[in-house]
Each structure stands twice: as C-alpha cells, then as structure tokens.
Design a protein around this ligand. Structure first.
Ligand SMILES: *Cc1c(COP(=O)(O)O)cnc(C)c1O
Length: 354
C-alpha cells in the first residue's frame, strides 16, 4: 500500500457507503479516465469481468469466433467461453506479444467478431498496427491491459487504442484494490451500458424490473477507496519496476545466453515483471535453485493453445510462445525489494547456469 488507502477506506466507512456505489467508485472511474486518456470507465469487480462485458457489448454471440493472444494469462481467454464463443489463438512475434501479420491472416480466415490482445508483463504489443488491422476489417478491438497499466505506445496509454480496454486491480498487479477491474471505452454509451449490465441489468423503475440478462459485476466502494489511494502511487511504482528491471539487466546482462524481454521502440512499458529467457540453461533448474534459497519465481505464461482447456482450439503460429514457455523465467519483481535483494537473486541465477 502507498499511504492514503486506509484514510480513504475510513472515509468510505464514515459515509456508510460500503455497497457497489458511492463516492470512491465514481472517483476511481474519473481518475482512471484522467490518467489513461480514455473517455469513459466503469469500475468492476475484476478484470476478467471487464473482458466478459467487453465481449457482450461487442455483440459476440454463441459460436462466433474471437481471436485472442495465445501468450497470456487464462483470464484473457476464458470470457470467450462464458459467451459460448470460440477462441482462436494467435502467436507472438519476437517481442513476445501478438504478431500483427499472423493476426491479419487469422482475421481473413476466421472472420472473428472481436480481437483480444494482451500487453504481456506490462510491455505494449504493436498496438497501433493491430488497431489499424482491426479497423480495416471492421473487427472490435479489446485490449487486455491488465498487466500494463501506465504503459505507453506512441505516448498513448495501452487500453485506449481499442473500442474497449481493461485494467486489473487484482492483488498481484502493479497497483491493486484487493481485487477489481476497470473497463474503459472510447464511447460513453458503451460504458454506461456496461454499468447497467454490471448491476443485474436492473431497469430504471421503483420495483425490480429486468428486460435482459445482467451480472453482479460492480466494484464495492471500499475496494474503490483502496484503488483511488493506489492511483496516487502508480507513477512511482512504474519508475520502481523499471529500475528493478534495469538492475537485473546490469547484473546479468553480460551473460550471453540471457535475453531480457524486449521493448518495442515506440513503447515504454511498466515492467510489471522482470522476465528473461535462457538460450541453454534450464529455467526450471534455475527456479529450483531460487526456491532452495526461499525465493519464489515462475515460468513464463504457458500458451493458451497448450492448455488442456483449449485442446483442439485453432492457433495461428504457436512456436514462438512455446519456446518462451520452455525457456523463460519471471524474476521476483516486488517494488519493496532492495538493491541487496536483487543482487542476491542475480547471484543465485548466475550460479545456477550451465
Ligand atoms: C490478471 C490478468 C487478468 C484478469 O484480471 P483479474 O482482475 O484478476 O480478473 C486478465 N488478463 C491478464 C493478462 C492478467 O494478467
């Protein structure tokens, strides 16, 4: 936590508005808009819920195809199943995010209703090109910016290129509300409809009137109070995350077989996690060695097309993300780490190499 969160939570309690409405819900929506440059935002209970609503608002129906990055966390893809739609996966380019050329091939063949592109580990995909392709084929673009809050492409925030963008306030993200998500959109009408669907699609009557299926997806005022407090520290968190990445690069960059996650020239990522790949050494051996020293680390995302849940799903390409999974490692990246911690971790990694 940064400092103001408890004060805001206390104010939320004093106002006695704990429910999914109240001052902080409105304020978080305003602050996310002001920060990201998106015209409209709806505070929700999770980033996953935000993706689900984005698909619903995109008019996705049963059996429709939706193109999704394969190199991502499950929550980019599972909302496609909530809609009884069919996910089609697209591989990464050499900078780890969705390959625009493969995307165009997939769009031509599959005629999807929507595209969900993830900005992985806080590093922007080639989003200007992806947005242009989606526009030229008239496909709705949904940006999964759950990991990339504050990351820029051409000085524009990830999440604000598509008709929809989503941010996550889950506990593991760069800032958190304990749990939560925000749906941003280029059209205020979409977002007010999202708020309606997220409150059980209750019609504006004295009694409980429902004309369509909704969800219980709003964020509580208490969570929003934490989120508002966290917005104050987002910029400093990004600076810290980027400094942690630079420290690792300084300490391990001389090792020839190590490649750190690249950054697009036109992008400035938030470096949510410091990640790298090994040419020869086994990352699982490195993870074991770190674990012996009481240090938690993880492999890179296992691609969606390799998940048992999606066996049989179509994938365009696949080899790049498979190699990333086989060869990659997420290093500890918590902003509370000190230089000595990073040096110790780097020393263990170095000692575990072949
Ligand atoms: C965390 C995450 C989500 C989901 O966000 P929640 O708020 O946890 O539901 C979606 N996509 C990616 C890439 C994520 O990392």
């Amino acid at each position: 936590m940064g400092g103001s969160e408890l004060k805001y939570v206390q104010k939320a309690f004093e106002s006695n508005y704990i429910a999914p409405l109240g001052e902080y819900v409105d304020r978080l929506e305003r602050e996310v808009c002001a920060f990201s440059g998106s015209p409209a935002a709806a505070a929700l209970c999770s980033g996953t819920a935000a993706i689900h609503l984005a698909l619903r608002l995109s008019g996705v129906e049963r059996g429709d195809r939706v193109v999704v990055s394969t190199f991502t966390f499950i929550a980019s893809a599972s909302p496609v199943l909530y809609m009884d739609a069919v996910p089609v996966f697209v591989d990464s380019d050499e900078k780890w995010n969705m390959d625009p050329e493969l995307l165009e091939i997939a769009i031509r063949k599959e005629k999807p209703k929507a595209v969900i592109v993830a900005h992985i580990y806080g590093q922007p995909a080639r989003i200007a090109e992806i947005a242009r392709i989606c526009e030229s084929y008239d496909v709705t673009l949904i940006e999964d910016a759950a990991e990339s809050m504050g990351a820029l492409y051409d000085s524009v925030h990830t999440g604000s290129f598509g008709r929809f963008g989503i941010y996550s306030f889950n506990g593991n993200k760069i800032i958190t509300a304990g749990g939560g998500g925000v749906l941003v959109g280029s059209d205020e009408r979409d977002i007010s409809r999202a708020r309606h669907l997220a409150t059980q699609a209750r019609e504006d009557e004295l009694w409980y009137e429902h004309a369509e299926m909704g969800y219980n997806y709003r964020m509580s005022n208490v969570a929003a109070a934490i989120g508002v407090g966290q917005m104050e520290v987002l910029r400093s968190r990004i600076e810290r995350k980027r400094a942690i990445f630079e420290s690792y690069r300084e300490l391990l960059g001389d090792i020839e077989e190590i490649s750190f996650m690249p950054e697009e020239e036109r992008a400035v990522g938030n470096r949510w996690l410091s990640t790298l790949t090994f040419e020869r050494s086994d990352p699982f051996e490195v993870m074991r060695r770190l674990d012996e020293n009481g240090i938690e680390s993880r492999p890179l995302w296992k691609p969606m097309h390799l998940q048992p849940l999606f066996s049989g799903a179509k994938v365009y390409g696949g080899g790049v993300s498979e190699t990333l999974f086989a060869r990659g490692l997420c290093l500890p990246s918590g902003t509370a780490m000190e230089r000595a911690d990073i040096e110790r971790i780097a020393g263990i990694v170095r000692g575990a190499l072949r």
